[in-house]
Write a protein that binds this ligand. Structure first.
Ligand code: FCB
Length: 469
């Protein structure tokens, strides 16, 4: 990646020189967060336990023994955070609602205090000229539902639709954009196949019922939201990764096709085409008897928008001995990496967008990039003297954002209908199994004091959003 350095005081442009004005005038520019990652106040105002409350308190699950009990204290500091977003100049903010704040046990009447928090958030965003984009499920399932089988149980899909309807009834007058599920692939793979995320189940390919029930919940929730708000813009967010074989060998090609089917096709095809892809290539039988007649028609209810989260492409090779999967993920040669060890490949985002348009054609709804961003080892430099202020210099994140936003511009030029872009994340936060060690924010969170310190990347994004030349 080559790019000219960006310095505060100069116009914010992408690394290929685009200003904001090079994008469609109504393009939504935003940042994204998720409830468990930022809110804290884990048992405030009648909130029930979520699977992440339980999981993060189990020894050995999270790096450093971190939990989301306090996180960024956003539940308390929300007005201050919205003010910082307004100062940044975004036109959209993607947040998620914590299901157990609304229904502490996953069923029954809504908890008014939980709803009131999101209602105040929405009001403050609108007052600041920021359009709310609401995600209904970003992984914090009520523990009470997990105790009854969680996403392995078909009932959870119907419970989810009930919850979606409740939230729509209370916020539908002010929220236009609704995302049902964030990254069904991660819910199922990390939560139920590999067990590195809550609820920590290790079922490998027997986790397919979790995949199917999350997708069924999505389809039912689309219908529930539309029943309440006929004009709502409703979609799902998938985490997509272009998959490349490490070599030309037939074994590596097969490994790549296998991963593409389980990571991308298993989620895109049912939502957009109304069918699951064949998994014969895996050479492992996957029991799909949980798919009942009519389910795929529900899952493929037409969408107004498809959210895509992009972080990096994946390179795979044939599996080594003892690997239960028909593929093995390897490093992408020749690219720098983020603190997560993820290769930085901006062109991968353009290729992904152009690729899904080619693959799904008319079935592809308008796209929003609902997450893109990077973790780096940011260091807070405290003020040392007069007029000096605490600061965080993150030129690598500036480069990352400049080049990836440029790649979105390239995809639009190539004819892909992209309507928005959200930086992950507004604020450093609880990065799931990695705890607080990995920082993705435009704003640094000093956890011991809860100070917010806008980073250099915040200044760049603000300059870009100002759109001056
Ligand atoms: C995505 C998640 C988000 C965050 C980023 C880094 O998979 O949706 O919550 O953890 O990764």
């Amino acid at each position: 990646m080559t790019s000219t350095p960006w310095l505060p005081g100069t116009p914010g442009t992408t690394s290929d020189g685009r200003l904001r004005t090079a994008f469609p005038a109504d393009f939504l520019w935003g940042t994204a967060t998720a409830s468990y990652q930022i809110e804290g106040s884990a048992d405030a105002d009648g909130k029930g336990l979520s699977i992440w409350d339980t999981f993060s308190h189990e020894p050995g699950r999270i790096a450093g023994g971190d939990t989301g009990d306090i996180a960024c204290d956003h539940y308390v500091r929300m007005p201050e955070d919205v003010a910082l977003m307004a100062d940044l100049g975004v036109s959209s903010y993607r947040f998620s609602v914590s299901w157990p704040r609304i229904q502490p046990t996953g069923t029954g009447a809504a908890e008014a205090r939980g709803l009131d928090f999101y209602s105040r958030l929405v009001d403050q965003l609108l007052a600041a000229g920021i359009a709310p984009a609401l995600t209904l499920y970003h992984w914090d399932l009520p523990q009470a539902l997990e105790d009854q089988g969680g996403w392995l149980d078909r009932d959870t899909a119907y419970r989810f639709a009930g919850y979606a309807g409740l939230v729509a009834e209370h916020l539908g007058d002010r929220v236009h954009t609704w995302i049902t599920i964030n990254e069904a692939v991660v819910v199922s793979t990390f939560g139920y196949a590999l067990g590195t995320h809550a609820p920590g189940k290790v079922l490998l390919f027997d986790s397919f019922p979790a995949t199917h029930h999350v997708l069924l919940g999505h389809g039912l929730a689309v219908q529930a939201v539309r029943d309440v708000i006929p004009g709502a813009r409703v979609g799902i967010t998938h985490n997509l990764s272009p998959v490349h074989p490490e070599s030309d060998s037939p074994q590596d090609a097969r490994a790549a096709a296998s991963l593409d089917a389980v990571q991308n096709g298993t989620y895109m095809d049912p939502c957009l085409l109304g069918r699951y892809p064949s998994l014969d290539i895996l050479g492992i039988p996957v029991d799909r008897s949980c798919v009942l007649e009519g389910d795929l028609a529900i899952i493929s209810t037409p969408l107004d928008v498809l959210g895509i989260n992009y972080y990096n492409p994946t390179v795979v090779k044939a599996p080594g001995e003892g690997n239960p999967f028909p593929f093995e993920i390897t490093a992408m040669p020749g690219y720098a990496q983020t603190a997560m060890g993820w290769s930085i490949v901006p062109d991968g985002l353009r290729d992904l967008l152009v690729g899904v348009k080619e693959q799904y054609g008319e079935a592809l709804p308008p796209v929003m990039i609902t997450e893109n961003g990077a973790a780096f080892d940011d260091v807070l430099v405290e003020a040392t003297g007069d007029g000096d202020v605490p600061h965080v210099d993150d030129p690598q994140r500036v480069d990352y954002l400049r080049s990836h936003i440029g790649a979105v511009g390239d995809a639009i030029d190539a004819g892909v209908d992209v309507r928005g872009y959200d930086v992950w994340s507004f604020l450093d936060n609880f990065e799931w199994a990695e705890g607080y060690a990995k920082r993705f924010g435009l704003v640094y969170c000093d956890y011991p004091t809860q100070r917010r310190i806008p980073k250099l990347s915040y200044s760049w994004f603000r300059a870009f959003l100002e759109g001056t030349s």
